[in-house]
Ligand binder design. Structure first.
Ligand code: FES
Ligand code: FES
Length: 163
């Protein structure tokens, strides 16, 4: 029998309380709550399309059981900014043409944000290759993605954002 667990999630600054099956993934929970910007790709940890921040770390939500997140902060790509006040990564991906079909874009932006918060605000090409190595893109060839992350990192440094 699959037990349910009572949880509280803080998603993009909004509190959700729910009873979730113990085997439910964070990807299933997020999409069930309407956070469709979190993409469902391989559902086995290969593509990175489902990445979200848990506190400040990027995780594959398809590999994360929801109850283990407990009361930590969950941030999706939509939680990083708004249309009126976009995150520098949002702006750079648009301006540099780093999104084509866009399916991988939420995960790429989350992985890049995790790098900017935890590792470096002045990434080399190798830093970016490593940070985004868990995110598969079928369209862009990555050059424009790295251009966009470089441009966004410059803005973040100028704004004094994540280290
Ligand atoms: S859907 Fe989670 S890694 Fe592919
Ligand atoms: S933009 Fe299409 S998979 Fe990356």
């Amino acid at each position: 029998m699959n037990k349910t667990k009572q949880i509280t999630l803080l998603i993009n600054g909004r509190t959700h309380r729910a009873a979730v099956p113990a085997n439910e993934t964070l990807l299933e929970t997020l999409r069930g709550l309407g956070y469709f910007e979190v993409k469902s790709g391989c559902e086995k940890g290969d593509c990175g399309a489902c990445a979200v921040l848990v506190d400040d770390e990027a995780v594959d939500s398809c590999l994360t059981l929801t109850w283990t997140v407990k009361t930590q902060r969950v941030t999706t790509v939509s939680g990083l900014g708004t249309i009126e006040d976009p995150h520098p990564l949002h702006t750079a991906f648009i301006e540099r043409g780093a999104a084509q079909c866009g399916f991988c874009t939420p995960g790429l932006i989350i992985a890049a944000e995790s790098m900017l918060r935890n590792d470096t605000r002045d990434p080399s090409l190798d830093d970016m290759r490593l940070a985004l190595s868990g995110n598969l893109c079928r369209c862009t060839g990555y050059t424009k993605v790295f251009d966009a992350v470089t441009a966004a990192a410059r803005v973040v440094r100028e704004e004094g954002g994540p280290k």
